[in-house]
Design a protein. Sequence first.
Length: 562
Amino acid sequence: MNKFTIIPSSLRYAAAPSLDQQIEVNLDETSQQLVEYDRSSTISLAQVFENERQGSPIFRPTFKVKYLYTNSYTGTTTYNPFKNLLYYVNPEESQISGIWKGFPQYYEFDFFRPNIPDGHFTYKAKSAYTYNWMYYVTYAAENDYEEKLFYTSPSFGTLNWVAKNGIPFSITNTLEEGNPIVQFSCVASHGLTPGEYVELSISYENKNIFLVYSLGNGQFDSEEYVFNLFNLGYTGTTFANGTTGTFKRVINPDNIEETKSEYYVRRHKVLTNIEDMIVSKAGFEKNIFLEEKKLEFSSITPDNVTRISQKTSSNAYNFTVGYDLNLLGLKDNQKRPISELYLSIINKGFSGYFNNPTNEIGLKQGWEFNITNPINSWWSQNNVESNTSIPTSAYTKTNGATKTFYYNLDLKRGDMIDGDFCEWNNSEQLERVVSTYYQKLKYNQNVFQTTNTSDPNAAGFYYVPHNKLTIRVFSNYIENAPSNMVDGIPSYAYYSDAEAQFLWRDLYTYGFFDEQGFGVDYPYLNSAHYPYTEVTFRLIPEGANYKTGYDFVVKPLIDGCE
């Protein structure tokens, strides 16, 4: 600041003359620039905390898993360590015949495998949670539009297609309230509403876009799997009974390219190694189903030893990662910021009861529409298309008999595994699961024989490997902005040529819930989020809980009330 005030000589006093004046200027510096942040100001600690919370890409996810399974299959074995420790069925008859029949005990299925002194393999306590199963945190990272899919049923026949073709259907001509309709029964949930359109793989007079008239066939819960077109008097064989094909959902027939759905199998990328997961029993918690135990008397056991055998367990478990996950820069399968993590549980079966391999692959994979009764041929040992990408390893033991035991190898960070069959529509910016992804394990009949005759398509257990944890929520409305307004438009926004604007859904901030209750609010501490969820992991035996009713439609594993 200038310390001098200049007063002209003529103003010093009344009648003062004007004179030439000069002032000496000192060039010494008497001021300095303000150093950034070198100031005092009042800040809101709550606001600082909120800013850090909203901007943090660090997560420590925790999953509480309730494990439900039914030990359903009895069998026989000549390998002593297995034969001497079965949960026996009719042991009196077995003692006479010399063929001991029973169930493998609970520890062949449970997440935690205790130290069993059976002489089968050398037990290591640090591997207790990974002998039977493997656990990873994954996320949906990419789409596979060329995944080969398959469906078959007695009334429908067999259809092979690739994911990008859409959803298969079979046609029936019928009446609805006296009106003629063309009825389409689908192998999976169609996702349609009346007033939308479908693009069919078949055409009528060079037209393959049709208006959806109604849903369902009059049977319970059929609206999800059946849609109808009004029959305007179609002639010829295009819509003849039994005709099959695939369809894609279309919202606006005047803008097909932007409002037609895409179909694909999403693929999960593994974020953790098996040793990164920390697994523990959830205190003393048990599920609602009783554990089955009984006393096996020495007089009716093959090795003449009295013991208590257990068929099932009812434990709950906690899973968490041993370090913070940094998700900065990671994008999901639609190139958006990650909003979901998954606990992917995959069978390992180190003891060797399961996973007799074909082409070095023992574990099978498919989708909900592949689970039918009788057993779908998709799961056959001879069908390499249903093999997972997880290779097996093996070891051989001799004790009463010589057997080779197979188990699935561990995955590692960066590996990819298949997931759900999904639909995406650019105009809605929404992803929908069409059919859930399943894996299937079957007994190795050379080790534990559950069938009297050789069957490459033997019964087994199904399970859903990918268990979701939502860490962010996309808004329930679509944002839009013209192309000349680039500020604030996220990188994942979709540009619509028809509307000449960007379309996207914002990510809700942590702690915000909309009017429909969507949102997340997890603890935030030491620069990390601590999301948590509870999931139920089911190991489902063949034929359990199928929905019956309309003939063609897939039979889900739960009923409409569950």
